[in-house]
Write a protein that binds this ligand. Sequence first.
Ligand code: ATP
Length: 449
Amino acid sequence: MFLKRLEVVGFKSFADRIGIDFVPGVTAVVGPNGSGKSNVTDAIRWVLGEQSAKSLRGAKMEDVIFAGSDSRKALNFAEVTLILDNADQRLPLDYAEISVTRRVFRSGDSEYLLNKQSCRLKDINDLFMDSGLGKEAFSIISQGRVDEILNSRPEDRRSIFEEAAGVLKYKLRKKKAEHKLFETDDNLHRVLDILHELDDRMEPLQMQSSAASDYLRMSEELKDIELGVIAFDLRRIENQLIELNKQVTEQSANESTLDALIDETESQLIQSRQLLSEQDTIIDGAQEQLVEASAELERWDGRKQLLAEKRQNTDQQIEKLQQNIRDFDEEKSELENEYAQKLQSAKNRQQELLQKRTELKQLDHLLKQSSAEIESEMEEWKTTYIERLNEEATVKNELKHLDQQVVQQMEQTEKMKGENSLISEELHVVDSNRSNVANSLAVISKQLQ
Ligand code: ATP
């Protein structure tokens, strides 16, 4: 086994990545004071797990990260990798080359890698124990330590030789075993003390033990009884369960029957609701018809009343006209009587006239006697005759006028009679309409009921 290569970046004065190859033979790092030679061994010790910042000549672990210079900015991490040739298998790992890496960040995070695989510090310590390469191994002797070793006590020096001889590992194991033995001895003493104490408590404990065993026995009996009770309850519950299952099956059958019944009832209900809404629509229509019919009835009643009044008026007029006709007839007969009387008187006058003419003739004779006398008498008779003729013409005109009036009255009577029959017909129609409306009203009332 030998050190092959060291790679450093960001560690102390090594801002740039550097690699030092330790070729077979002697490798020396030469430089003036303060140029960073000791930083190389610090890097090796650090990568091998050095935990003390002081021994790395810093105040804290963060001080190993490059802190910057006049020309360079500080870095945020430091990383060192040590590569060892393990062809002779001195290190107990099945690799010909072993690389160990340690990385630390300013945030405080750090990590160890063994052949680029993340590992614990303990793995690295175990790997290098007794190899002569540990952080405290004599293979790295820093400045001033040679004097320290030479001047140290033989016991302290012995550990260095033991490390070199590879017996440190066994010594440490022995130390651990001795420590364990000491602890076991201590435990034994404590057990003896406890046993001593327990001796004193033996008698009450025996009593407690017998009470406890009584308790356990009774508990067992109780458990048996309880188990019996539980088994009985279980059997009872099982029977109840069977009974309940039966009931459930029956209920399920009933339920399905009820479900079917409910479905049927629901569909009937839906149909009834539909029927009801149809009936409602019909009732609404019937009510509208009823209202219309009532209005129509009222209209017909009004019209009937109007026609009745009209008829009464017409009857009264007919009566009046008939009275007029009667009056006219009376007047006519009176006038006819008067006419007959006047005709008779005219005839009488004519007779008288003839008589007078005769008398005139007689008088004509006399005229001769007194023509002036006779002429005046004749004139008188002529005037009377003309008056009589005028009177006759007036009576004739009056009679004619009365005849015309009678004809007019007759025509008006006929007309009234025609109107009367029309009104009677209309009344008949109104009556039939009224009875129709009353019939439909009765039907609607029946439907509404
Ligand atoms: P000497 O022969 O006196 O022992 P040396 O050559 O061994 O000196 P070191 O002591 O290894 O030198 O290096 C010290 C140098 O490292 C100093 O110049 C110091 O400034 C530098 N140094 C140490 N720690 C850091 C750091 N964290 N960042 C930057 N430079 C650092």
